[in-house]
Design a protein around this ligand. Structure first.
Ligand code: PLP
Length: 460
């Protein structure tokens, strides 16, 4: 097919392509944004506009676009062995090497990994693994997995069920049985009347209440993102995770952390479990593991569960592309570049604090009720009234307006309701952070005037 122009791409797309997480009717009317090229932290669309990718794709392009080390690793592995599976007593060097490399950077006593093709597949694996584990332990009644409202754990049946997104549950009769949800530790939205410390304890305390309500002998695991990503970069109060960990230990419940976003340097640590001092039994990773260059996921398994699984005979679970050799080779190269370039230290000591300091300066904007962040992930809350922190009505669509203005300015920010979030590539420079902040501030100005104009019109 010859090179097509933007309109032809949009037409082909509209005629034949059903998009993930997209309102297709709205898309048909305006046509999709066509992204053609990436380099470093920048994207170029089919109109030639340069866009600073403040979301690193979908939280994954941690080393930025166009890294030759990753491209070369894929190229070499495609020539050496483009595919072989890991079923039936077989391995290949890229999978064995990556498993060992991951064991070297994982927290605590995690020495084993199970490979998948995505974050969602990790969470499906988690469900099967924890139930299999408890059956092996002679406690087959332990089936229930407790999660949180507004959590995101992927889009397969198990992932969407573990997740706490109401609109996802409403399509298709989810959640699956024995997956229950407690309230989230979202202080800005739900913490009124409490200090952050009290609120963190209250929300963690709901885990204990739920365990007692359902019966500890029925609970298999608790799952949570250390920082909720898709839910709006929700950073729990400091009191939250230690209390969750304590309750899991008290009732002998497995702790599963979903680090699909937090892993691989996003918070200034290899994993956010280090930052929060967590000792998870299972840990999910994907996204940043290959900087998004090729799909891969992995579930890290702590020694207690690993020993039981190993002793328990065959685990009837696996994916054709579990530990795909090309994906493993790219992940290996990704981790090696991160080590050689001290990316974790850089996020922790330098560019993370710089971004957070600059991002916090947006808090003075009249539209902003709160800014928050850690490492290279951050959020701000759009409010209609700064003094009372009252939100705009849902119909005002403040977040969507802000997102559109941001793109006009040449910056990808994402809107979760009226929460604006960023998660830029970990290789972003100081100068590019300055550019991001300038564009974000101009975006807020434009958003405010659009909202004011529309409000004015309503009064007419
Ligand atoms: C993105 C995400 C997933 C799902 O990963 P996919 O690769 O899209 O299947 C799971 N958990 C978290 C925390 C995520 O952010």
């Amino acid at each position: 097919m010859p090179e097509l122009n933007q309109v032809s791409w949009q037409q082909l797309d509209a005629s034949h392509h059903l998009h993930p997480f997209t309102d297709s009717r709205a898309l048909q009317q305006k046509g999709a944004r066509v992204i053609e090229r990436g380099e470093g932290v920048y994207l170029w669309d089919s109109q030639g506009q340069r866009i600073l990718d403040g979301m690193a794709g979908l939280w994954c392009v941690n080393l930025g676009y166009g890294r030759q080390e990753l491209i070369e690793a894929a190229h070499q592995q495609l020539q050496q062995l483009p595919y072989y599976n890991l079923f039936f007593q077989t391995t290949h060097p890229p999978a064995a090497r990556l498993a060992a490399t991951l064991a070297g950077i994982l927290p605590g006593n995690m020495q084993h990994v199970f490979f998948t093709g995505s974050g969602s597949e990790c969470n499906d694996t988690v469900v099967r693994m924890v139930r299999h584990f408890w059956a092996q332990q002679g406690q087959p009644k332990r089936q229930v997995i407790i999660s949180r409202k507004n959590a995101y754990h992927g889009s397969t049946l198990a992932g969407a069920s573990l997740g706490g997104m109401k609109p996802m549950h409403a399509q298709g009769g989810l959640p699956l049985p024995d997956m229950v949800h407690i309230d989230q530790p979202y202080y800005f939205a739900e913490g009124q009347g409490m200090t952050p410390h009290e609120f963190g304890l209250e929300r963690a305390g709901q885990l204990e209440q739920k365990i007692l309500e359902l019966g500890p002998e029925r609970i298999a695991a608790f799952i949570g993102e250390p920082i909720q990503g898709a839910g709006g970069v929700i950073i729990p109060p400091a009191s939250y995770w230690p209390e969750i960990q304590r309750i899991c230990k008290k009732y002998d419940i497995l702790l599963v952390v979903d680090e699909v976003i937090c892993g691989f340097g996003r918070t200034g640590h290899w994993f956010a479990s280090e930052y929060y001092g967590l000792e998870p039994d299972l840990l999910c990773m994907a996204k940043g593991i290959t900087s998004g260059y090729i799909p891969l996921g992995a579930v890290a398994v702590g020694e207690r569960v690993a020993h039981t699984l190993i002793a328990g005979g065959e685990f009837f679970h696996g994916y054709t592309y579990s530990g795909h050799p090309v994906a493993c080779a790219v992940a290996q190269a990704n981790i090696e570049v991160m080590q050689q370039e001290h990316i974790i230290e850089r996020v922790h000591d330098d560019i993370g604090p710089y971004l957070q300091q600059r991002w916090a300066s947006l808090a003075s904007h009249p539209l902003v009720g709160e800014t928050r962040g850690l490492g290279l992930v951050a959020a701000l809350e759009l409010v209609a009234d700064k003094a009372t922190q009252a939100r705009y009505s849902e119909s005002a669509g403040a977040g969507m307006i802000c997102r559109e203005h941001s793109l006009e300015m040449g910056l990808v920010m994402r809107a979760v309701g009226d929460t604006m979030i960023i998660s830029p590539p970990l290789v972003i420079t100081h100068q590019q952070v300055d550019e991001l902040i300038d564009k974000a501030r101009q975006t807020l100005d434009l958003t405010l005037s659009t909202l004011n104009n529309r409000q004015g019109k309503h009064h007419d």
